[in-house]
Design a protein around this ligand. Structure first.
Ligand SMILES: [Zn+2]
Length: 255
């Protein structure tokens, strides 16, 4: 029996059997883990508000050999992210960030890089005035981190460098990057999306972690067309909170 402690985000906490809760945590030191919080369904006394999703905690748990679930012993709140939780738009983006990270995070192994990435975006979400732009930055920076960086330096078909290409380009999720007009026309490539050279250059700067970038509406609109679909294609999994974002937040905004 091993006693362990780590920083974590609560991803999900659902009622389990008569008295308990089953809690999924995204942790710094052990990746994604599933824990049982004994008595948490019946009484709030032991864990209080610490099991609320999107809360950053220090979690202590006991792991027994050959058991898939660990036993949560203690959970202390570090940051509740109250600004995010009191605003539907920010909250929806927070759920999206968390669900994407839950999909890419390894199980039961060190995930400190991914964990600090998640914290930095949750903190930014508390303060930002433009959650949509922040979301595109989240996707742009996540892709290289998980090994799915699109080809943006040259056309994926003819390999002509971007500096030599025309302004109106295409992006192909399946081909993995940008395609020049000449190749699009000549090779009759299906299912491409319009993207301007200017936005592609901007995306490269976002991926290179350049500071002080400010996205204009055209960048945001074009990146919205390509980044989520490229990410989901590689994750090969449905991200439910994105549909919610589209239906609830997307309909109330122009971008
Ligand atoms: Zn080409």
């Amino acid at each position: 029996m091993q006693f362990k402690s780590t920083q974590a985000f609560i991803f999900e906490a659902v009622d389990f059997k008569d008295f308990d809760k089953r809690v999924v945590l995204l942790t710094k030191d052990f990746g994604k883990i599933t824990a049982i919080a004994l008595g948490a369904k019946k009484s709030q006394k032991r864990f209080g508000a610490a099991l609320e999703p999107l809360t950053q905690v220090v979690a202590s748990f006991v792991q027994k050999p050959h058991q898939s679930m660990v036993r949560l012993e203690e959970c202390n709140i570090i940051q509740s992210y109250t600004t995010m939780k009191s605003d539907l738009e920010r909250l929806s983006y927070g759920c999206y960030f968390l669900e994407v990270m839950a999909t890419v995070m390894p199980q039961e192994e060190d995930a400190s890089g991914q964990f600090s990435f998640l914290i930095s975006f949750m903190k930014a979400l508390e303060k930002t005035k433009n959650a949509t732009a922040l979301c595109r930055l989240f996707e742009a920076r996540l892709l290289p981190m998980i090994g799915y960086e699109p080809v943006l330096k040259h056309c994926v078909k003819c390999e002509r460098k971007i500096d030599l290409l025309e302004n109106a380009l295409q992006f192909s999720t399946v081909s993995g990057g940008i395609i020049c007009q000449r190749c699009t026309n000549a090779k009759r490539i299906a299912q491409t999306l319009n993207i301007s050279k200017d936005t592609v250059q901007y995306l490269r700067r976002m991926m290179a972690k350049e500071k002080g970038l400010s996205l204009n509406e055209k960048h945001i609109r074009e990146l919205k067309q390509i980044l989520p679909s490229f990410l989901f294609y590689h994750l090969d999994q449905e991200i439910k909170s994105f549909d919610f974002l589209e239906n609830v937040i997307g309909n109330s905004k122009s971008i």
